[in-house]
Design a protein around this ligand. Structure first.
Ligand SMILES: Cc1ncc(COP(=O)(O)O)c(C=O)c1O
Length: 345
């Protein structure tokens, strides 16, 4: 993990583009503090108001890289702004502007906003004139302050083959960057143009006009990103115990899909030659093993997750290792829904 953090910080030390690590990947204060301490960072990216509330405990510059909808959630963002956090949210609609404006005015504060441009994925205004129209709406609205632009080239980030990933990232980013000039012409700020991911950090991160990269997974990695041949190492595993050896060719272990996500495919088994996860049930991982494998009930094994974010969200703590020694137990503070925990006292 430390090597991953330093590799990424070093890449962005050259500038001018900086790093805004995505907190949603791990949701853990101890890890985010290390990312910020390594340098080259402008602040943190969060996905939700709940993550931002946790991150605000140790970071003063936060971007929620999604539109926040719902007056209750907007109010939570406004409270962070009022407490002195330089918080920004993405918006792509009149409703997003109206609700954040109302919450900010009710709280007697101002919340920063970035216009999200649709660069081929799940959200955003069309590029160009439509983004300028929304920018004007924001400029004319009390309680919100226009700070720049953002876009997220999600589909490009997941492409294994590097050249094709680069072509897709460029096509996506052209849509965002073509909006920078009309934005400036309209007199709007462009000191924040936020985009990027682990898969495209060294492509998008060197494009003129992009000011910061929202990479998350690089810090701990997963098997989906491993296939892209990135210079980051696997740095977390799910520890399980073999419960049964129902046949010479299989074992079951106590780490099913309640402990390891499967939306990006089956996890791998670490350091057990020939072992393959064939099925994840609620509580059990079914693992095919060579008949001469020595694995037996009571043995420990480690799964290598295929997708970092949803796997980590299933757990309460990380056991931090240096070599084979546990040197810390780090709470995953922003996992789940903090407001529900608060409601339960
Ligand atoms: C808005 C946004 N930015 C950036 C990322 C990049 O994250 P990663 O580096 O883990 O691919 C994500 C991931 O889903 C995202 O939703």
């Amino acid at each position: 993990m430390q090597r991953n953090i330093h590799r990424m910080a070093e890449f962005f030390s050259e500038g001018p583009t900086k790093l805004r690590p995505h907190f949603k990947a791990h949701k853990t204060t101890e890890i985010a503090r290390r990312q910020l301490a390594a340098g080259s960072c402008v602040g943190l990216t969060c996905a939700t108001a709940g993550e931002a509330e946790v991150a605000a405990g140790f970071c003063e510059d936060i971007l929620i890289a999604n539109q926040v909808i719902g007056l209750d959630k907007c109010a939570r963002v406004a409270i962070l702004a009022k407490s002195g956090i330089d918080i920004k949210v993405a918006v792509d609609s009149e409703l997003g502007v109206e609700q954040m404006s109302k919450a900010a005015q009710d709280t007697e504060t101002t919340v920063g906003v970035l216009v999200e441009v649709n660069i081929g994925f799940r959200a955003g205004t069309p590029p160009g004139e439509a983004a300028v129209v929304l920018g004007r709406r924001i400029s004319d609205t009390p309680g919100v302050e226009l700070r720049g632009l953002m876009g997220y080239e999600g589909p490009a980030a997941g492409i294994e083959e590097r050249d094709r990933r680069g072509t897709m990232a460029k096509q996506a980013l052209d849509r965002l960057l073509s909006t920078v000039h009309p934005f400036r012409e309209a007199g709007f700020p462009t000191d924040i143009v936020s985009a990027g991911s682990t898969g495209t950090y060294d492509m998008t991160g060197r494009m003129d006009g992009v000011t910061e990269i929202q990479a998350g997974s690089y810090v701990l990695m997963d098997t989906a990103y491993r296939k892209e041949g990135l210079p980051f190492e696997q740095a977390f595993w799910v520890l399980g115990t073999v419960l049964s050896r129902p046949s010479p060719g299989s074992v079951s272990a106590d780490c099913g899909h309640k402990s390891c996500s499967q939306d990006h495919g089956m996890p791998d088994v670490r350091d057990v030659p020939g072992a393959t996860v064939t099925f994840l049930a609620d509580e059990h991982a079914m693992i095919a093993v060579p008949p001469d494998s020595t694995l037996k009930p009571g043995d420990r094994l480690q799964l290598v997750p295929s997708h970092i974010d949803p796997t980590i969200n299933l757990h309460d703590v990380f056991y931090a290792l240096e070599g084979d020694t546990v040197v810390g137990i780090w709470p995953i503070e922003a996992r789940g829904y903090a407001e529900q925990r608060m409601a339960m006292g």
